[in-house]
Design a protein. Structure first.
Length: 144
């Protein structure tokens, strides 16, 4: 084996080893930083509250699967439920008792009690859910 080919062989071995070491070090770090996506179960119905839990002209934020929902008991005693995720930049909306509509504090977005975007930057209405009263529970489900 000539000197040049021995030098090439040693260089190749050294660079190969360093490359393998770098890959073995960097790969776990990347896997830690970017965790695998875990599929979430689809939830179409949830118990949002018990009857009597809300006073008229008030609201409650509830969990609808991984997302927040908002349940509102209007002044005239009707339950309304919507996705509580603002359609602008995903802030959580709230019910404003003085204005009697839904408001997003992030950028002053306003929605009426049908979920329609009234003013501010939200580009689309809130998703409205179906509310059903069964026994003493308020069941919220996605509209089909
Ligand atoms: S996130 Fe709601 S108005 Fe911007």
């Amino acid at each position: 084996m000539s000197l040049l080919s021995r030098r090439n062989f040693i260089s190749f071995s050294l660079y190969s080893s360093l490359s393998a070491l770098a890959a073995a070090t960097i790969y776990p770090i990347i896997r830690f930083i970017l965790p695998p996506k875990i599929p979430q179960a689809v939830q179409n119905e949830v118990v949002a509250a018990k009857i009597g839990e809300l006073n008229p002209n008030s609201s409650k934020i509830f969990k609808f699967g991984p997302n927040p929902g908002i349940l509102i008991l209007t002044e005239d005693g009707k339950y309304k439920a919507f996705s509580a995720t603002c359609t602008h930049l995903d802030c959580i909306v709230q019910y404003q008792t003085e204005m009697k509509h839904i408001w997003c504090a992030c950028h002053n977005g306003h929605f009426d009690l049908f979920g329609k975007n009234l003013s501010g930057p939200p580009p689309a209405p809130l998703e409205e859910y179906t509310v059903t009263l069964i026994n003493d529970e308020i069941i919220v489900s996605k509209k089909i």
